[in-house]
Design a protein around this ligand. Structure first.
Ligand SMILES: Nc1ncnc2c1ncn2[C@@H]1O[C@H](COP(=O)(O)OP(=O)(O)O)[C@@H](O)[C@H]1O
Ligand SMILES: [Mg+2]
Length: 279
């Protein structure tokens, strides 16, 4: 071999096995991923209240896909539940609101235990939530994802290629709007549909004088949706009841008519969008 005449053959293309959705999960009719560009915007609050609202009409499962920060059982007042398995698979925990839930929190000795798992382990946990849990042909499974466009969202998009799409939860600050664009970009790169966007913590209505104060601004999400041609699903203002009842383990839609109306409107829009995309 002479100097200057070295030929490097490119490596053969990797063999990519298409993801195989689990046979147990096949019976689930609709899968919705709840995402956000950043943390603390209300994904878990939204996922729980959306699930409880849908469960008035449908068979609903909720996957707490935030492995390192599982909050959904606490918000539903079932954090002391332990999981059982039988010949059908792992049985998700029941709630009195009709929603069936799976979460890493059920596998921890107490609420204060930290889960410090690298991506590969979190991937494995979500895979089990999808493949080994008896979802009993649910009409809807809602996935409450951790913030950002990390491993968990990627895992779900690969294991459930038939997912209906993502709902992006954002708060109205400019920085949150910027982060939301990353979630949209993520969805378009993975060819997942964006079902729509929800503006959470959108203004505060004073219970005394009835005036609205836009603490984090308001309306930015709707404008962004218009610009990008994405459905705007609705606004949820700052409600002190959401914090109080979340801490007590009661979903806010169960105690406030106003919040229930807001979630019913959002749910109807989601149903409509999914119905249209079928035809
Ligand atoms: N619309 C709202 N009004 C008042 N508090 C809210 C609202 N949405 C969420 N919160 C509160 O904000 C905090 C973060 O919400 P959470 O759902 O845990 O966010 P994420 O899952 O995105 O990290 C919680 O304490 C929750 O009670
Ligand atoms: Mg959360």
């Amino acid at each position: 071999m002479s100097k200057g005449n070295i030929k490097i053959n490119p490596p053969p293309p990797p063999v990519v096995t298409p993801p195989q959705p689990s046979s147990k999960y096949q019976g689930v009719k609709h899968t919705i991923l709840v995402m956000s560009g950043k943390g603390g915007v209300g994904k878990s609050t939204f996922s729980v209240n959306l699930s409880v609202t849908l469960a008035k009409k449908f068979k609903v499962g909720l996957i707490d896909a935030d492995i390192n920060g599982p909050d959904d059982p606490l918000l539903l007042g079932i954090s002391k539940e332990k999981l059982v398995a039988n010949e059908k698979g792992i049985i998700p925990a029941s709630t009195k609101y009709g929603v069936k839930v799976i979460s890493m929190a059920f596998m921890l000795p107490d609420d204060g235990t930290a889960v410090i798992w690298r991506g590969a382990l979190r991937h494995k946990a979500i895979q089990q939530f999808l493949e080994d849990v008896f979802w009993d042909n649910a009409d809807y499974v809602i996935l409450d994802l951790p913030p950002g466009t990390g491993d968990e969202a990627l895992t779900v998009s690969q294991l459930v290629p038939q997912a209906d799409g993502i709902i992006i939860v954002i708060t109205p600050q400019d920085v949150a709007l910027l982060d939301a664009r990353k979630a949209i970009d993520f969805a378009s790169k993975l060819k997942i549909k964006v079902i729509g966007m929800v503006e959470n913590m959108s203004g505060f209505v004073c219970p005394h004088c009835g005036n609205t104060t836009n603490i984090f601004k308001s309306g930015g999400a709707e404008e962004l949706c218009k610009r990008l041609g994405i459905p705007f699903l609705g606004r949820i203002p700052i409600h002190p009841e959401i914090v109080e009842n979340g801490d007590l383990g009661i979903p806010a839609v169960e105690i406030s008519k106003e919040i229930r109306n807001e979630f019913e409107n959002i749910t109807s829009k989601v149903e409509e969008i999914l119905e249209k995309s079928k035809s």
